[in-house]
Design a protein around this ligand. Sequence first.
Ligand SMILES: [Zn+2]
Length: 853
Amino acid sequence: MQRTCHFFLLLALINLSNCTKPVETVKLEPGVSNALATYRKEQISKVVYALFFDLPASKEAPVKATLSLRFDLKETAQAVQLDFRATPDQLQQVVVNGESVAIDFREDHLILPPKQLLAGANLVEISFVAGDLSLNRKDDFLYTLLVPDRAATLFPCFDQPNLKAEFILSLQLPADWLALANGSVDTVQIVGDRKVIQFSPTAPISTYLFAFTAGKFQETEATIGGRTMHMLYRESDQEKVALNQAAIFQLHHAALEWMVNYTAIPLPFEKLDFALLPEFQYGGMEHVGAIFYRESSLMLDENATENQKIRRASLIAHETAHMWFGDLVTMSWFDDVWLKEVFANFMAAKIVNPAFPAINHDLNFMMSHQPAAYGEDRSRGSHPIQQPLENLRDAGSLYGRIIYQKAPVVMHQLETMMGPVAFRDGLRAYLNHFAYGNASWDDLVAILDARTDHDLRSWSNVWVKQPGMPIFAVRIAATDTTGLNFIYEQPGQPGSYWSEETAVVLFYPDTIKAISLQLAATPLAGTLSVASEPLAILSHSSPMSYGYFPLDRKSQIYFLRNVATISDPLLRGGVWLSLYEDVLRQQLPVGDYFLALLDAIHQEADVINRDYLLASLETIFWQFFTPSERNQYGAAVEQMLAKAYQTAPRPGDQLAYFRTYYHLSTTAPAVVALREIWENNRILSNLPLTEVEAIDLLGELAIRIPAEAPALVKTQMARTLNPDRRARLAFLTPVLAGDEQQRDTFFASLKLLDNRGTEPWVVAAVGYLHHPLRAGQSIRYLPESLALLEEIQATGDIFFPRQFITAILHGHQSAKAAGIVEDFLAARPNYPYRLKNKILMAADLLLRTAYPE
Ligand SMILES: [Zn+2]
């Protein structure tokens, strides 16, 4: 009701302003402010970009380009701001409606003067040099990556998701290069050693989805069910290509068929092609008609595990689902970027799971979402799923685990609440209604709300628009052992209610009983009647359970002793998550948890739980234990892990234990044993050390035996064959083999953008620099590392700031380090709050566990 009122009020104001005075001038500032985006959306329509890029063979030569931009303008009261994050010399000529105009370039905007603009159709012709920042130019190929706000670094545009446009692209390129873009190839003209490819015009798409790649590629195609798909790739191992090719096409076809069936909408774009790019920043990116993938995510080795196969299938399904969720219907503004991600993940799980019957999908869902989501949601940096965004240039900082891991749990709850058919029908209506346009989360809620008796708006206000996690505690009533008291605490604003479906599971000597419970506004507390007193109670019992579910002391003791005997792997997973939350909130001594872990790991039959327990052991060892506790328990940890990897039945299991073994080994005998393994290049008689694993093991050895590190690194370099891995090792050498002074120099070098070019290398390097065993020395880098973060956010890719600060803080656990973080934030009351949240998330364990020296 309130919304409607505002809406009419807004309309009235707009009408008023139209009649009486010019629209208020939009402030000129870098990026795309919400105000600018709103104003342009109101004024501008029918946008068409005809783009031409002249791609030289050399990656150093400039990329000359032209743009013919057509758009309709409502009124000419103000200048039109085109976004272009570039230097002034990149703009060569600007012609507005046939008239050459003086170039007015300020604050990352090319300003088109009102005098030359027309109400109605406009044509702007621009000659310019394309920006390199998002062109990813390699020796003999390049590709664009423009999400979320980087189209403006490549060409002048209206870089906001809700000004969808038709793109008509032509590329001039070396004749022996291939290219892939959103549209299919219309014509190819070859002139000497160059050629011009004209691509067909696209349907209306957002600027962040425009893409092309060009270079020396191999190409292959497949026709399945009447649809021909093309794949560009660079993998030179033809056997590997042959091994994967059919599966890659088949997985795309299966995902596409499934999506058509679920949405009742045919593929909304003319084609589905893809390019496999080495070192691509993400697993994949859903460009319309031209999905880009990291090559290694799709081209698997012969002995790929079931987990790798399901990850590949999920990735393909995720990107394919985006053609509907994200590409056909796009968020209006990047505050709702979570929406396209959650649907892509959600659809991917539905598409892929039936093909992998050996995996416990409920457990897999819970363990791949809740632990990571809690890691952010329990921290002081927690934020709602939907976050306000004032300027698009900050869009990159919205991404994180709340979006990728919490939101899917919330969507799972929503589907269960509505029922799968009503939910699907709602999504169909949403896709049809907003096809080729934009919609917000609230638009979707309005559509779904009409299809259920539940109050979705109130539900959404809590789960999507508030930070944090609810607390649900069940206790055995002191007065009556056949009653269980429960209390459901509601963090956040008064009057807001976290409703959620869960089950309280009661453990008896011979049996387990589950009581389904719809946690809702009322009652917030109550009593469950049970036949007799259980041995233990568990509430974190379903893939949809979300929150802190504290265990009572009796249950803690029972689970610490008996968790390995619980037959349902999902319940074992729920027990471990609950115990760990208790440790974090100081409701359970870390030593008790550690001893149970040590006892349970090698008994855990489910790989998903096993991997969680191994990761948890690493966290306890490095982030909870003091150095003296590590001395005390190190040998026991090593013995358990050494025995586990030597006796595990399959190579995958052997490797999982072995990795944790060498990450946690600290005693002299273990280091000697590891060195021998590294020298012999063999873990066990049936298990050789791969090149990747050998380099990883070398890193750990170098930190533990610094005197010999230079020689070890040199040997590793000599025996590393892959050129990319050699380059990475060369980058890491000063960190691994260098003395303190060389490490200081390396750290100082990171302040230059050029030295942060390959971000995954930088993350690995700062991880080594700040290894817990070096924390005493590396603490001096902390203040400057924190100070560097703002620049890293401005220049780096979406996930880089969080990865950077996490890799740094991971190594520290002293009160002094915690103090540095607190002081840094306290001294900067106006620090960008989203970046502050990232620091607080990364520092959560440090701030909880810091010990005084
Ligand atoms: Zn995605």
